[in-house]
Design a protein around this ligand. Structure first.
Ligand code: ADP
Ligand code: MG
Length: 235
């Protein structure tokens, strides 16, 4: 048993572009997310929320500072090793879902495991299990355009959850969903978190942030405030 954080950001800064066009998206941000911890990231548009998630998941590297995932400093990895670590440990729910339209729900969820070298049968079995977990067992063979927006969102969540990844990064996964569907998605993330995952959730909705253990507020690329949520009893 280890008490190391699943992800650690130490004095992380990220400047996008250079010269007069340079934008400092993050400024010396330090943040640990432990196993079993759900952190909500809030802040105005452009405050650096997506940049923070991309850095935490190794989709982007910092200009300075260090990101460590499951004890491995990301900067020490080759591009290939970084890809492997991402596939193995990081589940990412993108703002625009990024489902592949020509693949069924099941195939969308199976794909990342197959890319990770898991045999087709095992990958398919895992995908069916996680689809059932998110309540989509009976639409597994449908294509994204044949299911509702809420169901598509859950397929994206299933794809992030498959394979017992311990770091889950969700960038406004409740998007334009109605409240009951958004609540279901938070319930799913919370359950995984309680089973030992570390979750970073970007949200604009205090209602969803109330599911978090801690809320981090970003402003102009800096952590302006960080607070334990007092609303635990509301869940
Ligand atoms: P948020 O998710 O909070 O809206 P972002 O992390 O997307 O914020 O962006 C933070 C800042 O960095 C913004 O000013 C944005 O315009 C800028 N930015 C983000 N990504 C890039 C990029 N790839 N190239 C240049 N600027 C970027
Ligand atoms: Mg964003």
């Amino acid at each position: 048993m280890s008490f190391d954080p699943v992800v650690r950001l130490a004095d992380v800064s990220r400047v996008h572009g250079d010269g007069p066009q340079a934008v400092q998206a993050l400024r010396e941000v330090s943040l640990d997310v432990a196993a079993g911890e759900l952190i909500a990231v809030m802040g105005p548009s452009g405050s650096g929320k997506s940049t923070l998630l991309n850095l935490a998941g190794g989709l982007d590297l910092p200009t300075s500072g260090a990101v460590t995932v499951e004890g491995t400093p990301l900067r020490s990895l080759s591009a290939k090793e970084l890809t492997r670590l991402r596939r193995r440990h990081v589940g990412y729910v993108f703002q625009d879902l990024n489902l592949i339209p020509s693949l069924t729900a099941l195939e969308n969820v199976t794909l990342p495991r197959e890319l990770d070298g898991v045999a087709f049968k095992k990958a398919r079995h895992e995908a069916l299990e996680v689809l059932a977990e998110v309540g989509l067992g009976d639409v597994a063979d449908r294509f994204p355009e044949e299911i509702s927006g809420g169901q598509r969102q859950r397929v994206a969540i299933a794809r992030a959850l498959v394979g017992e990844r311990r770091l889950l990064l969700a960038d406004e996964p409740t998007g334009a969903l109605d409240t009951p569907t958004g609540d279901e998605i938070l319930q799913l993330l919370r359950t995984r978190c309680d089973a030992g995952a570390a979750v970073l959730l970007v949200t604009h909705e205090p209602r969803y942030a109330a599911w978090a253990d801690r809320v981090v507020f970003l402003r102009d690329g800096e952590i302006a405030d960080s607070t334990a949520t007092p609303l635990e009893s509301a869940r």
